[in-house]
Design a protein around this ligand. Structure first.
Ligand code: GLP
Length: 253
């Protein structure tokens, strides 16, 4: 790592996003062989798509199985009807979960229909389910352009737990395309907290492409602070960022 970087977040720049996805899929395959009951934290977004494709291929080739594993999605929009195709639960099912062999009872989910009186209880239940599963072994994360992880927007505290959040302007803007316009993007979401994420045994962060270069530099060159929520990962004993040349382009040489 460059001595100019002040962070303690280790990173590797792979020749391409696909090479990074392959390396992480290899790593997860090995973890699953060692511990078939692996508990995973799963992100949505464009970034993990290559990884999900790699994992699907490996499962089809009989190289790995999720039959005894569990998964916990990181976050969910609120104010969407149940089974709305734009929910993260639907997205994850379509892009990954329906193609692999997780047991349905070990696919957990956050409910997009929770109202203001229900989310606290649902959040506590989610945290309890994570505890009951033995904690998250491997947390997979992307980074938002404003430095968020899951939906922990700027200002999120290091010890925050699963909770309701108001989405920030950059997040709403980036989601507008999938919702057919800014005015249709839900303003609220439910997300695992930073504290919840930091309790995972292993954390792997993926960031690819030119539009992540500025935030990758900010995260890897800043002291931990609430303004850039991903910087809170710096205190974790086993965190690693997987980058491609485009997302690493602004890092000091
Ligand atoms: C959303 C999700 C995050 C994800 C981010 C980046 O905001 N809540 O978990 O990391 O988008 O998305 P993308 O990978 O499409 O850039």
């Amino acid at each position: 790592m460059s001595p100019l970087l002040r962070t303690s977040i280790a990173y590797t720049v792979f020749p391409s996003a696909q090479a990074a996805a392959r390396a992480l899929a290899d790593d997860l395959s090995q973890r699953l062989r060692q511990r078939p009951e692996l508990v995973l934290g799963l992100p949505t977004g464009n970034t993990p798509l290559g990884l999900y494709r790699e994992l699907i291929e490996r499962q089809r080739a009989g190289q790995l199985s999720f039959a005894r594993a569990s998964c916990f999605p990181l976050d969910e929009y609120l104010d969407l009807p149940a089974a709305d195709p734009r929910s993260f639960a639907a997205w994850l099912r379509q892009e990954f979960l329906q193609h692999v062999d997780f047991a349905p009872e070990r696919i957990h989910r956050l409910d997009s229909t929770l109202d203001a009186n229900q989310w606290r209880q649902a959040a506590q239940r989610y945290e309890a389910l994570i505890q009951a599963a033995g904690g998250i072994d491997c947390m997979l994360l992307g980074i938002g352009r404003n430095g968020h992880i899951a939906f922990n927007e700027p200002g999120s505290a290091r010890n925050s737990r699963t909770r309701e959040v108001e989405l920030e302007a950059t997040t709403l803007h980036d989601a507008a395309k999938s919702f057919g316009g800014l005015e249709h993007v839900p303003r609220r979401a439910i997300t695992m907290g930073i504290g919840t994420i930091l309790e995972s045994r292993t954390i792997r962060v993926l960031a690819f492409g030119t539009n992540k270069a500025a935030i990758v530099r900010q995260i890897l060159c800043s002291e931990p602070q609430a303004a850039w929520p991903a910087t809170w990962l710096a205190g974790h004993p086993d965190v690693h960022c997987l980058l491609d040349p485009a997302s690493a382009a602004d890092l000091p040489g």
